[in-house]
Design a protein around this ligand. Sequence first.
Ligand code: MOS
Length: 735
Amino acid sequence: PIARVDALAKATGAHTYPSDVVRQGMLWVQVLRAPHPHAHIRAIDAAAAQTLPGVVCILTAKDVPGENRFGLLVRDQPVLCDQVVRYQGDALAIVAAETDEIARRARELIRVEYEPLPLVTDPEQALWPDAPRLHPQGNLCAELQLGRGDIVAGFAAADYVFEREYRTGRQEHAFLEPEAGAAYYDDEGALTLCVGGQNPFNDRQQVANALGVPEDHIRVLNPMMGGAFGGKEDISVQIYLALVTYHTKRPCRLRLDREESLRVGVKRHPFQVRYKTGVRQDGAVTACEVTILADAGAYTTLSPAVLALAANHCCGPYNFPHTKITARAVFTNNSNASAFRGFGNPQVVVGLEQQMDMMGRAVGLDPVAFRRRNAIRQGQPAGAGFTVTGTVTLPRVLDSVQQSELWQRREQFKQTASPWKKRGLGLAAIWQPFGLGAGIEPGAHTRIELQPNGRYLVHLSSPDLGGGSVTACLQLAAHELHSAVEDFDVVMGDSRSPNAGSSNASRTTFVVGAAVMEAAARLREAILAAARRLNLGGEPQLQGSQIQAGDRAVPLAELAAELGPLAAAGFFKPARPEPFSFGMPYAFGFSAQLALVEVDTLTGEIEVLKLENHLDVGRAINPQGVEGQSEGGMAQGLGYALYEDTLMQDGRVQNERLSTYVIPSIRDVPAEVKTILIQEPEPLSPHGGRGVGEIGLSATAGAIGNALFDALGVRFERLPVTPEMVLDALEQKGA
Ligand code: MOS
């Protein structure tokens, strides 16, 4: 465990975030968005705005020199709309001015004539034949049918069948730093973007396409940013900034206001998930039928991928012999939904883990025993049909739960002093894949150099979103070079570095870390080979930042020039799993979370008293960082369970401030948040580590749901569970 390399600069405020980038003569940028969530554009008149002193340019669709479209999977979102707007975030014009105030005033002076169109805001109605179409092909964004066995036979074999529909909220990433960045021409004449993002190469490709220039005319930098959580995978400010600098040749900056970020930024997909599950009296699960309907919002973004992950994992790490999975994502005029920590898994866990709770209770097995009884094994097919080739450590994770004090003394912990307060303990157990799917994961390239001053320089093009991946990668490199993280300089998030791929899918430390290890091992051998040629008097060895040979120890700083320019590349891509199916997950992390809740039955208030995460992320490269990811994930999962939902009315966000979109504060997160690490090295991973970025969040809402049932005898089928819902439920129950 070590302190993160970015800790001091962030704690002291010295770190330069994308929104802090300042250049001489910068322009301020503002974006005009549609007030209507669905409308034809009749005319845009910027004449009055244009004459305002201090306005430098106003750009509309005709000023997009390349393709006026972007999107990671399907380029279906206009950069600047000139015909139709499809959601509240759609952009029509960009204003660049000498001051922010002038840019905002000019934006108000732009006149747009709209012809409002009928709205589609209900995902079910989006598929009705007479629903207004958002796109020429209709409103179906993505669809999947998966499963195995014979679902009818599976339910026929069951002694108990439970069927329920769950609905989950439109969670907002609420990163500390909203979407932000700057654009300028660098010393070599490249149009450079310094922005919050998760993959400089993806950003570069989309910017170049919109500008109609070769990719190497664009350089994208993703320095350490104030969080992303999946919400910075898609283009946000990048193309607007690039267009302004392209047209004016001047540097510019844009940081979305918090209100703008909440109104136009991507969200977690709200899901309606119908679960029908069957179990035999002897405790064996027999069948799982799942129907998923996801609200994708107006454009494709990453919806098909999120839907696929949800469908692949919705039967959980359990051995259901008969399954049927139908998943759809549909276009609506609501907020765009895309990637968010967990990537479709948190939505299905909420339903599945409550079904598991019901089934366990029906057959008289406790939650740990019931999950152990049905745990999937390596080599078996998952509910979605693919073979589980990675290791399965769910039983070990459940052992850890069983040995915990919270589990063993649960009846004592559930006692309260006040008769109107009820306590309950809930368990949820999950798997979360890491790395992009098989056939999709591109692998990672890195490079390490020995600099003339004797320090190492590492290229890590996958940015550190705030999760600590750079520290972990440096630890792995330092291990191979027998040195310390302090001996390294880093070029991070630069599209001029070798391509290491995205920082997403809990892949960075797993894939990029492995590539860095390989580069470091090769560089070590290159340094030693060069040192041998210098005849230092003995077999040379690397130790710290010195080369030892015989009884001499020479600092690398003194030898670097003589050793010559030395560098080594590294590449890692997980081995192709057999049997192979496209998009299947390579491997999983496992987590079982316990939540102890207390409900005030007079006010309906819910307090989470304890959260415990029994977590196998394989070998923990930086245990302190892993704990941070686990705790942060649980806090965000607590918000998902109890507070967070972007409320929409007729396609308009109703709670567009952090005073009305409520995230957990220090008062809401329990004082006792524990992470118990089980470290079974993952064979697929050269360093033994599994991904940790997402897994902390995915189980929490399911565990809290089960704890609420334990406390009140009420199932909540909708997230977030508010005090009003608690009071209504208790009233209906006659309590
Ligand atoms: Mo992600 S939710 O794969 O950044």
